[in-house]
Design a protein around this ligand. Structure first.
Ligand code: HEC
Ligand code: HEC
Ligand code: HEC
Ligand code: HEC
Ligand code: HEC
Ligand code: HEC
Length: 178
């Protein structure tokens, strides 16, 4: 058997798509789906296994420059991620918002103590649109504020004013890890 034929047999046995896709995967491990108001959503191929045809091309086209964004309401009806993230096959799009969207945000500050903004605790109380995009652009480190700004009601201070939530002027250690 010639070398050529041998390769053909291997390809037929394991499938050309599998071989090519394995090569491709190295380049597209992580893709981002942009949204207008709440930033980018990371989709990790590595965490979704090797069966490309579970998603391509029926649920997602690989390349789709004219792709229209899918809303969460459409996902709840089974579109896009919602085809599996329905509470049966995988955790549901009606909860666990921060698993797909933003996690904790760290503000580094050596002198005054780091601040961790916990998305999860806030998402339990507020919709995304209470903060995005008016109060904060949904992009890490895109919204600089001083404590003075906050005391006059900007940034965290929009709520942390001692009325709706503990105030920025009192309780430093509720936010800063000293
Ligand atoms: C669980 C669903 C799912 C599975 C399984 C899956 N993909 Fe994807 N893939 C996606 C999503 C979501 C996108 C982004 C689509 C978009 O941007 O509209 C994507 C995009 C891509 C892209 C384009 C990336 C880019 O940079 O534009 C390629 C190439 C791709 N996938 C290859 C594969 C291959 C090869 C496999 C199998 C090894 C695979 N995918 C398995 C969901 C999946
Ligand atoms: C399985 C992952 C996943 C979960 C869980 C999830 N989302 Fe999303 N969300 C996405 C993806 C992906 C997009 C972008 C879709 C697109 O552009 O096609 C998106 C888009 C959005 C958008 C912008 C589009 C719109 O509908 O206005 C908002 C707001 C949003 N998500 C809020 C939420 C909230 C609130 C929750 C929890 C109740 C949640 N998401 C849970 C993956 C998820
Ligand atoms: C073909 C089915 C399928 C589709 C479509 C799908 N997922 Fe998943 N996803 C799963 C399964 C199964 C798991 C693992 C089970 C679980 O965690 O509930 C998972 C797990 C995840 C996780 C947790 C990964 C971890 O850290 O362990 C995230 C985040 C996620 N998916 C995001 C998305 C987003 C965003 C989309 C849409 C762009 C999407 N998935 C589309 C099946 C799917
Ligand atoms: C109480 C206010 C608040 C709520 C509610 C909120 N966020 Fe955020 N979000 C923030 C803050 C603060 C940041 C950090 C901005 C910065 O670093 O400048 C942020 C950042 C982000 C980022 C960027 C993360 C990164 O790594 O770049 C995304 C994406 C995001 N939020 C999505 C969401 C989604 C989706 C929801 C609803 C499920 C939501 N947020 C609800 C305050 C909020
Ligand atoms: C939309 C209003 C709102 C905004 C904006 C907001 N918070 Fe909050 N936050 C709350 C409320 C309400 C609570 C719960 C009540 C309380 O603890 O006083 C809370 C609680 C917290 C907690 C305690 C969480 C826990 O697990 O107990 C921390 C830490 C915190 N916020 C930090 C921040 C930081 C840092 C920012 C700015 C980056 C911020 N918050 C912006 C409303 C907000
Ligand atoms: C609600 C949470 C919260 C509380 C309470 C809070 N801070 Fe902050 N603080 C932050 C965040 C978030 C940043 C980073 C803001 C940024 O980088 O955009 C910050 C930044 C700072 C900075 C650097 C910026 C500047 O204004 O010079 C100092 C100093 C500071 N905090 C001191 C304090 C002191 C002192 C207290 C108590 C009187 C306090 N903070 C209470 C959240 C808080």
């Amino acid at each position: 058997m010639s070398k050529h034929c041998f390769l053909m047999v291997i390809l037929l046995m394991f499938g050309l798509p599998a071989v090519l896709h394995a090569v491709e995967m190295g380049m597209v491990f992580e893709v981002y789906l942009p949204t207008k108001t709440v930033g980018k959503v990371l989709f990790s191929h590595a965490k979704h296994g090797p069966n490309c045809n579970e998603c391509h091309p029926k649920i997602f086209k690989k390349k789709n420059p004219r792709r229209r964004p899918v809303s969460m309401t459409q996902m709840e009806k089974g579109r896009a991620c919602g085809a599996c993230h329905n509470g049966k096959r995988a955790f549901s799009v009606t909860g666990d918002c921060v698993t797909c969207h933003a996690g904790d945000i760290l503000y580094k500050n050596e002198d005054d103590g780091n601040v961790t903004f916990p998305h999860a605790a806030h998402v339990d109380m507020f919709g995304c649109d209470e903060c995005h995009p008016d109060l904060f652009v949904a992009r890490r480190a895109a919204n600089k504020a001083t404590m003075e700004d906050m005391e006059s009601g900007k940034s965290c201070g929009a709520c942390h004013n001692g009325e709706g939530a503990f105030g920025v002027a009192e309780d430093c250690e509720s936010c800063h890890q000293m």
